[in-house]
Design a protein around this ligand. Structure first.
Ligand SMILES: [Zn+2]
Ligand SMILES: [Zn+2]
Ligand SMILES: [Zn+2]
Length: 260
C-alpha cells in the first residue's frame, strides 16, 4: 500500500523535515521507560533503511545518546521527538506522529509492555488506580531537568491534536497541575517553545524529553511520561480525535471528543 510512495514529515516548527520512500514498516508502539520519558506518554514508530530517508531540513536536529545501543533525534527548537537510531544498523525508526499525511500503516505490535505506565494499558481499558503517591518525582531522560509536585496525578487526558502528535511523536497524555507548587531541583537545560496557539511547551534541550505545557490562558499540565514511578492517575478521556493519526485505533472504551 505504501510502496513507491514518498512520505513526508516534520517536527512542529519545521526545523527538521524529511522524506521517506515507501514501503514503510508497520508501526511498533514502545512502552519502555526511555520512550515514555522522552515522548511524554509512549512512543510509536515506523522504520526505514537509511538509504530511503532524506533529510530535507536538519537545522535544528539534535542527537542524544540515550544508551550505548541507540541515540534519539529531536528538534532542539520545538522539542519534537522524531527519530531513534540503533547503533550499528543502517536503519532509522521514525515517529509515526511526525508524518504530514496519512501513513497507510497500522500498529502491528506493542513492545516493552511490562514498563507501561500505571495510568493506561497498552491495549484495552486502563487499570483501576491503586497506588496514590502523595508526591510525584518527575525528570527528563538525561536527568538535567527534575522537579517534584504534590500527587497523585488524578485524571489524565490524551490529546490527539496535530500539535501534540508532532511534538510527542504519537499523542500526548497529561494532567493538570498547579505550576506554583512545582519544586524544581534542576532545570539548567530547560527550554521553552512558543506554540502557534500562544502556549508554551517545556522540554529538555539536551535529551529532548517532553515535560510540561502551559496554555495561552495559563492552564498548566505535566506530561504523564515525565513521572518516575506510579502516577496514581488514570487516563479518563481522549480529545481532538478528529485529528488523530491513521495508524492506530483508540480501543480503551474511554470517552472521545472530536475537538475538546
Ligand atoms: Zn522543530
Ligand atoms: Zn534531559
Ligand atoms: Zn493536543
Amino acid at each position: 500500500m505504501t510502496e513507491g510512495h514518498v512520505h513526508s514529515g516534520s517536527c512542529l516548527c519545521g526545523g527538521v523535515r524529511f522524506e521517506a520512500d515507501g514501503p514503510l514498516r508497520d508501526v511498533w508502539a514502545c512502552h519502555c521507560g526511555q520512550c515514555r520519558r522522552t515522548s511524554g506518554h509512549y512512543w510509536a514508530a515506523t522504520s526505514v533503511p537509511l538509504e530511503r530517508l532524506r533529510l530535507v531540513a536538519d537545522d535544528t536536529l539534535t542527537w542524544f545518546d540515550s544508551s550505548a545501543a541507540a541515540r534519539r533525534g529531536f528538534c532542539r527548537r520545538c522539542g519534537a521527538s522524531l527519530f531513534w537510531k540503533p547503533a550499528g544498523e543502517e536503519r532509522l525508526a521514525i515517529a509515526a506522529g511526525a508524518f504530514d499525511g496519512p501513513t497507510g500503516l497500522g500498529t502491528a505490535r506493542h513492545i516493552h509492555t511490562g514498563d507501561a505506565g500505571d495510568y493506561y494499558r497498552p491495549e484495552g481499558p486502563p487499570p483501576d488506580t491503586v497506588a496514590a503517591p502523595s508526591r510525584l518525582d518527575c525528570a527528563c531522560l538525561c536527568g538535567a531537568c527534575a522537579f517534584e509536585l504534590p500527587g497523585a496525578a488524578g485524571a489524565i487526558t490524551a490529546c490527539h491534536c496535530r500539535q501534540c502528535r508532532k511534538l510527542s511523536g504519537h499523542y500526548s497524555a497529561s494532567f493538570d497541575a498547579d505550576e506554583s507548587r512545582l519544586d524544581w531541583h534542576r532545570r539548567d537545560t530547560l527550554a521553552e517553545y512558543r506554540t502557534p496557539g500562544g502556549g508554551r511547551r517545556g522540554f529538555c534541550s539536551r535529551c529532548g524529553s517532553s515535560l510540561w505545557f502551559r496554555s495561552a490562558a495559563g492552564e498548566f499540565s505535566v506530561e504523564a511520561g515525565a513521572v518516575l514511578g506510579p502516577t496514581g492517575g488514570r487516563l479518563t478521556n481522549h480529545i481532538f480525535v478528529a485529528s488523530k493519526g491513521d495508524y492506530y485505533l483508540i480501543d480503551d472504551g474511554l470517552p472521545q471528543s472530536g475537538a475538546w
